[in-house]
Design a protein around this ligand. Structure first.
Ligand code: C5P
Length: 285
């Protein structure tokens, strides 16, 4: 038997850093949504108690450093099932991009192993196991447009999904380390997006208002360190995107367009400038 799971990328429409906690982590307030750009994972049982990860990506480790490995191990330890897991990852989401690819792969692994061994774990059970592995995984387990708070573990779906639109994703050729960004920011000097207005715009289905309230507290640091991120944002607006914002800790910039033709125009105009450019739809959930 084999189990197939899709692992969609996420975007941060809003990310506010509220304060730094005593344990070094940051209290966040975010609005997140899933997009139609997914990795694909296949899971098979192995007779012996081992974990094998195969991937088409040359960048990723296949040992304990991989989130998929950690998720399988957490399930093995908790549910003590007989046998091992062979996971095959087809990677389509850019790596270290701010699009939650690794977290979504881990979430798909929790779902996949749960099905593969008929473990009957519910969303709360999986969320508890997920948090130590990555703070974006709880959102990815659930996948609906949501307000995400705490470290990332409190996921509250919004009353309505993100209004349907087109998302232009541009990833400059730099990799950003999330722990490094969080260790470098000065919390007192950050800008704060209006997450409450962003949330109500989405809940009212008001696309225009939503585009006016995108924002990311981590952008100041990343754009200072990598001016290309600001440059991409400016170009996106110049070429006709309704709004542009950095996703997560970056460096990917997302531009929103209500019309596909305009999204394609923005993407084509940016292709000469950046190699990794995608046009995708939001997922209606
Ligand atoms: O959970 P994840 O692996 O994405 O987090 C990467 C790093 O980002 C953490 O090790 C921590 O340094 C930082 N972080 C934080 N506050 C959060 C989430 C992540 O400081 N709420």
């Amino acid at each position: 038997m084999e189990i197939i799971e899709k692992a969609p990328a996420k975007i941060n429409l809003g990310l506010d850093v509220l304060y730094k906690r005593d344990d070094g982590y940051h209290e966040l307030e975010m609005v997140m949504a899933s997009i139609d750009l997914s990795d694909r994972l296949t899971f098979k049982r192995l007779p012996k108690n081992e974990i094998i990860i195969e991937t088409n990506s040359g960048f990723l480790p296949t040992d304990r450093k991989n989130n998929i490995f950690q998720a399988i191990e957490a399930m093995q330890k908790t549910y003590q099932f007989d046998g091992g897991v062979h996971a095959i990852l087809q990677k389509n989401i850019p790596v270290a991009a701010g699009l939650g690819g690794g977290s979504s792969d881990a979430a798909a692994t929790f779902r996949g192993v749960n099905r593969l061994f008929d473990l009957n774990a519910n969303l709360d059970d999986l969320t508890r196991l997920a948090i130590p592995i990555g703070t974006d995984i709880p959102f990815c387990l659930q996948g609906e447009t949501a307000l995400v708070t705490g470290l990332g573990e409190i996921v509250t779906p919004l009353k309505n999904p993100i209004p349907q639109c087109w998302v232009v994703l541009v990833k400059p050729k730099i990799s950003v380390s999330t722990p490094r960004v969080f260790s470098k920011i000065e919390v007192d000097s950050l800008s704060h997006p209006d997450i409450s207005s962003l949330k109500s715009s989405i809940e009212m289905g008001d696309y225009q208002s939503m585009t006016q309230h995108l924002g990311n507290s981590l952008e100041d640091y990343t754009t200072r360190k990598f001016p290309v991120v600001q440059h991409i944002k400016d170009k996106m607006i110049q070429f006709g995107a309704d709004a542009a914002v950095m996703s997560g800790s970056g460096p990917t910039v997302i531009g929103l367009c209500d019309k596909k033709t305009r999204a394609l125009h923005v993407a084509n105009s940016l292709k000469g400038f950046c190699q990794e450019v995608y046009v995708v739809r939001t997922l209606n959930k």
